[in-house]
Write a protein that binds this ligand. Structure first.
Ligand code: CUA
Length: 318
């Protein structure tokens, strides 16, 4: 069992949870007083043998009370909410900024343009769906959208913000403890909306460094000139909609993960396509249904050159 959705595990989420509980308890008290009074009056003053119900008009003390008390409550809630909104909207003094772009139907995470996130080809580390942050660090999320409105939300860490096309918004998140926190796009954005999951991984500085080292190794595969083209071709085609390759923006869940395809023992298509090598991969991508009838992978009608490039790159994914 993961944490309860209303279990704040960061200052941002705690802020919203506090205001939630204050209002919830106040609402329960109001409910008890109002309904309690109603039931009490209904029983005590009802029309019955020996007592006839009367009509009253006007009661200064009562009227004053039920005007003044709710007014004070509403004003208090406003003040408390504004106070918290200010905290939640304050994205200054962040330890780092990650650019997060929503697009149908994935989240593209771009790490800061700092040397520690730099790849061999001069670009910077990117990932899809999964975001790693150091624990106890205020992380600013610069949000944008490529197409329609999406909404970034990791409930336990808090902060929900829409990613609106043509507009840059931001929010900040911070995790108290190391762990994996689940998030979800919160704005219906089309048929793949439910797949727009966010996995937020908060790590201690040591674990973060270890993760980053591995992520850079994975992302650097195929950045050398010989295989770069294949990587770009793969990432520009429909392949990314179905397959996941760690270290790239490909995060599809329909087909098998290809992060380590070159060292896959079972072979291509569960073995139907033979062991993973240049010849078999080429044959497979050229026409999957011909190799394994009924496979979900369609024939994408790629050119021989495209297939060659992709295969060269796939073979580096050890
Ligand atoms: Cu993106 Cu819903």
């Amino acid at each position: 069992m993961g944490p309860w959705p209303n279990d704040p595990l960061g200052p941002q989420a705690r802020s919203s949870a506090e205001i939630y509980w204050i209002m919830f308890v106040a609402a329960i008290v109001v409910l008890a007083i109002v309904d309690g009074g109603l039931i009490y009056a209904g029983i005590k003053f009802r029309d019955r043998p020996g007592h006839s119900a009367k009509q009253f008009h006007g009661h200064n003390v009562l009227e004053l009370l039920w005007t003044v008390i709710p007014t004070i409550m509403v004003i208090s809630f406003s003040v408390l909410s504004f106070e918290r909104l200010n905290i939640m909207n304050d994205t200054t003094n962040a330890g780092m900024t990650v650019n997060v772009q929503g697009q149908q139907w994935t989240w593209l995470m771009s790490y800061p343009k700092e040397d520690r996130f730099k790849l061999n080809d001069g670009t910077y580390l990117q990932a899809a769906q999964e975001l790693h942050i150091p624990v106890n660090m205020k992380v600013r999320i610069a949000l944008s959208s490529k197409d329609v409105i999406h909404s970034f939300w990791v409930p336990n860490i808090g902060g929900k913000k829409d990613a609106v096309p043509g507009r840059n918004t931001d929010l900040w998140i911070q995790a108290d403890k190391p762990g994996t926190y689940k998030g979800q796009c919160f704005e219906f954005c089309g048929t793949g909306h439910a797949d727009m999951l966010i996995t937020l991984v908060a790590q201690t500085p040591d674990d973060y460094a270890t993760w980053l080292k591995g992520a850079l190794v994975e992302a650097n595969r195929g950045t050398d000139p010989a295989t770069k083209k294949g990587r770009e071709t793969f990432l520009s085609l429909a392949c990314v909609g179905c397959h996941t390759v760690q270290g790239t923006v490909a995060a599809g869940k329909v087909g098998p993960e290809l992060t380590h395809i070159a060292s896959k023992k079972t072979g291509i298509a569960g073995g139907a396509g033979g062991p993973v090598n240049e010849e078999n991969l080429t044959k497979w991508i050229k026409n999957p249904p011909a190799v394994k009838p009924g496979t979900l992978m369609p024939n994408l009608n790629l050119s021989d050159e495209q297939i060659h490039d992709i295969v060269q790159w796939l073979l580096t994914l050890k």
